[in-house]
Design a protein around this ligand. Structure first.
Ligand code: DAH
Length: 341
């Protein structure tokens, strides 16, 4: 029996040493030390021993049981430490690995140009005014001296909101002139950028929604010279110091006299080419001296004050600036196009 016990001790030692995880270890404990385990099985045969042998074998068996228990314990501790180490290794954060790149968005080209324009005007003492896109016809038409029979009042031109034609989506930023004159006394120097809406079919140069930048200056002694100086400064700051402009007579109901400003074509320098459609010049904005009736209707005395106003198409400005040939590109939100600017 002594040999059987010693063989069991050797076998269990080897098996415990080789146990690779906790489950195997637990199975070994049951196999050797459990109620139906191998050690118990041997001890059950003790009855067959002589009275002298019994205590000797009993002592040996107890010693082997104690050894097995301590071997199981220390193997268990070793395995736990290994598992802990593996887990820590797996969780290691390597701060030297290059980070994942996050794609940043970019300012839209229209905002880039608008920011440029507002910077230039705030530098000249203008403040920024914003107003509603759903506008009263009173402000967009009547107070701007737009006659009853003007085509812009037609349902085919303007997006009316109410049946009675009193409310519509503003078709220009000019009603901001009226809102500002109502809200403040001269001297007035404001810039009013925003969306405007017209019933136009979409093509390379038209869209039912686009942006304008309205400007209004009112003070004592304002002249056409102030208008030209201000707008020439704007163009030279945007398009470079060599930019050549010209002012052409025009008609707007809310200004008198009225003009349009052209830029000399940067492609042919006035000779006429494909870019300017043979004109040599490119129309860029409308402007004029605020009509005395418009001042009067908003409670400003035209005998004391005069002023100038202008309306710039933001899309046109941006398209010239970056030589973009199709308006639709500005609204399609194709990041490959927009990220170029
Ligand atoms: N509102 C005009 C338009 O949409 C542009 C314009 C012209 C605005 C002359 C003005 C101005 O303030 O004085 O075509």
């Amino acid at each position: 029996m002594k040999e059987m016990l010693e063989a069991l001790r050797d076998a269990s030692r080897q098996a415990i040493d080789a146990a690779a995880d906790m489950d195997v270890l637990e199975a070994l404990r049951i196999r050797y030390l459990g109620k139906k385990g191998e050690l118990t099985a041997i001890l059950k045969q003790m009855g067959r021993l002589s009275a002298e042998e019994r205590p000797v074998i009993g002592q040996l068996a107890n010693q082997i049981r104690a050894e097995m228990e301590s071997e199981l314990d220390s193997r268990k501790a070793a395995l736990a430490a290994r598992l802990q180490e593996l887990r820590l290794n797996a969780e290691t954060l390597d701060v030297t690995i290059p980070g994942k790149e996050v794609r940043l968005g970019k300012k839209h080209v229209l905002n880039t140009v608008l920011d440029e324009v507002t910077d230039i005007f705030t530098g000249m003492g203008f403040s920024i005014a914003e107003g509603p896109e759903i506008e009263l016809s009173l402000y967009d038409f009547d107070r701007l001296n737009i006659p009853e029979n003007h085509t812009v009042r037609e349902w085919t031109d303007t997006f009316y909101i109410t049946e009675d034609e009193k409310v519509h989506l503003r078709c220009q930023t000019s009603p901001m002139q009226v809102r500002v004159m109502e809200a403040m006394k001269p001297p007035i120097r404001i810039l009013a950028p925003g969306r405007v809406y017209r019933k136009d079919e979409i093509d390379a140069t038209h869209s039912p929604m686009f942006h304008q930048i309205e400007g209004l200056v009112i003070d004592r002694g304002i002249t056409m010279g102030d208008l030209k100086g201000t707008l020439n400064t704007l163009m030279q700051r945007i398009y470079g110091p060599d930019t050549v402009t010209r002012f052409r007579p025009h008609h707007f109901p809310f200004t008198e006299p009225s003009c349009e400003m052209d830029l000399q074509c940067f492609e042919c320098h006035g000779a006429g080419c494909r870019v300017c459609k043979g004109e040599g010049w490119i129309e860029i904005l409308g402007a004029g001296m605020v009509h005395p009736k418009v001042l009067e209707m908003s409670g400003i005395d035209p005998e004391i004050y005069s002023g100038f106003a202008f309306g710039i198409g933001l899309e046109r400005l941006a398209m010239r600036r970056f030589q973009i040939s199709d308006l639709r590109l500005l609204y399609e939100n194709d990041i490959r196009f927009l990220s170029q600017f």
